[in-house]
Design a binder for this molecule. Structure first.
Ligand SMILES: Cc1cc2nc3c(=O)[nH]c(=O)nc-3n(C[C@H](O)[C@H](O)[C@H](O)COP(=O)(O)OP(=O)(O)OC[C@H]3O[C@@H](n4cnc5c(N)ncnc54)[C@H](O)[C@@H]3O)c2cc1C
Length: 210
């Protein structure tokens, strides 16, 4: 494989593209939004930092730990907290580090996108498996590559709308993913980083740094 098109510049797409590029594959990332990050996107308003999706993350594998260490060294991620306040407001440390982007989660996505070929504001609408590999229609023009990586939550719809056959096992995995709907709101104050989001079954909570 010499070339690959990666659809989506969220964490999955950017890490996949980096991994492919490190392995010597020419990877092009196509992203429909103006900015990279997907559900790790941040908007900055004056001094306010608004994360649209993930606000922090934990590390549960050696491989991910290595990646996070490289983000910390690059200055785009930092340890946020090792615990939360109990109902009385007392900070309770549990020893497990949680990490965040230094200026919101976008910092990590932008760092990953740094030396990649990423095209934003390009929505992929068509897919076709041809003799020369994959043909991907985006923004009115077609691109070809030997391989294709789809990362959007809507990947199954994209595949089905274009009549691309999928192995039954893969189809079942994708069909079993349940995406919860969410309402998101944010507010800003001087010393506190507020980011409230609501997903079905998830609480709405201002998160202040203990
Ligand atoms: C409210 C909320 C809170 C969360 N909190 C946490 C948390 O605290 N900790 C944690 O670890 N995780 C959290 N998560 C989950 C985490 O954000 C996601 O698992 C992760 O960001 C998903 O990354 P991804 O790259 O797989 O998908 P996405 O980030 O969704 O990336 C897919 C990308 O594909 C693009 N795209 C879609 N369709 C097309 C198309 N046709 N053409 C081109 N591009 C397209 C999208 O614009 C997007 O950028 C949270 C998520 C939400 C929504």
């Amino acid at each position: 494989m010499e070339s690959c098109i990666v659809v989506g510049a969220g964490l999955s797409g950017l890490v996949a593209a980096r991994t492919l590029q490190d392995a010597g594959v020419r990877a092009t990332v196509l992203e429909k939004e103006e900015k990279v990050g997907g559900r790790m996107r941040t908007d900055l308003v004056d001094d306010g930092v608004f994360d649209h999706g993930a606000q922090f993350f934990t590390v549960r594998s050696d491989r991910f730990e290595e990646m996070v260490e490289s983000w910390i060294s690059a200055g785009v991620a930092e340890e946020w907290t090792r615990g939360f306040a109990d109902p009385s407001g007392e900070y309770q440390e549990d020893g497990h580090p949680r990490y965040k982007g230094t200026r919101g989660m976008t910092a990590i996505a932008e760092h990953l996108a740094g030396n990649l070929d990423v095209l934003t504001s390009v929505k992929v609408s068509g897919l076709r498996r041809g003799e020369r590999g994959w043909e991907v229609v985006a923004g009115g023009s077609a691109r070809t590559a030997d391989a294709l990586v789809l990362t959007p939550p809507s990947a199954l719809a994209l595949v089905d709308d274009n009549g691309v056959p999928l192995p039954e096992e893969a189809r079942q995995v994708l069909e079993n993913i349940d995406y919860a709907r969410r309402i998101q709101a944010g507010s800003r104050s001087e010393a506190t980083r507020f980011s409230g989001s609501r997903t079905t079954g998830r609480r709405v909570s201002p998160k202040s740094r203990p």
